[in-house]
Design a protein around this ligand. Structure first.
Ligand code: ATP
Ligand code: MG
Length: 195
């Protein structure tokens, strides 16, 4: 499951857990993006903070792991490279790429879209506020899956912190504490970098 994870929240975790169970996956690998090309010009928190929050949020689940492939690769993150790197590390694995309805709708604009289907099966999951459709996408390569509705976004979490509002129960407790410890998402905190 790729994402900016700025910060990781319970919407990500529920989707991952649900797909793990439904497809009987051995492992769900969370892959925080390096520089997300879709968010060029927007400000994204330092990769190391996003990586560590993802580790904190997933540490207690024996089937969840976090990969550094995207944050250690220089340049913008493309899912094609992500999947190639993961495949290189796990040559015998059958890969599934978990993506929310909003990201699924963008897939046709991704780099090397035709090659993506050979590398992984795509699981598109429901997300409140977005319509889940595989229109235009190859039928055999994409599966749509309903997951428990969590109307949470990282954008909303960041805005809440900036406004001094709570994010308890939207993100894991350890992530609330990490955000506080490093003063992330507060105006003028200086932890953001332009991508
Ligand atoms: P931002 O608001 O910064 O874009 P986000 O909440 O959309 O953050 P991302 O890191 O952009 O989180 O998303 C990573 C992946 O998780 C994407 O495929 C996205 O569609 C999916 N996702 C995010 N939030 C949810 C949710 N609440 N329910 C289901 N899928 C989600
Ligand atoms: Mg998003």
């Amino acid at each position: 499951m790729g994402g900016t994870f700025d910060p990781i929240h319970h919407g990500h975790l529920v989707a991952a857990s649900e797909v793990q169970s439904l497809f009987d996956l051995d492992e769900v690998v969370f892959v925080p993006t390096g520089q997300p090309w879709q968010k060029a010009g927007k400000r994204v928190t330092e990769a190391e903070h996003r990586y560590l929050m993802t580790v904190i949020a997933t540490a207690s689940n024996p089937r969840f792991t976090v990969s550094r492939v995207d944050i250690d690769r220089p340049g913008p993150t493309y899912t094609l490279d992500t999947l190639r790197d993961l495949k290189r590390q796990r040559p015998d694995a059958e890969l599934f790429f978990i993506t929310g309805a909003d990201a699924l709708a963008q897939i046709l604009s991704w780099k090397g879209v035709d090659q993506l289907w050979d590398l992984a099966k795509f699981i598109g999951v429901t997300r409140p506020g977005h319509e889940l459709t595989d229109e235009g996408l190859p039928e055999d390569e994409v599966e749509l899956q309903e997951v428990p509705a969590m109307a949470i976004s990282s954008t909303d979490c960041r805005e809440r912190v900036a406004n001094g509002e709570p994010v308890w129960y939207l993100v894991p407790d350890g992530v609330v504490q990490y955000i506080g410890k490093y003063n992330l998402y507060r105006p003028g905190a200086g932890e953001l970098q332009e991508v």
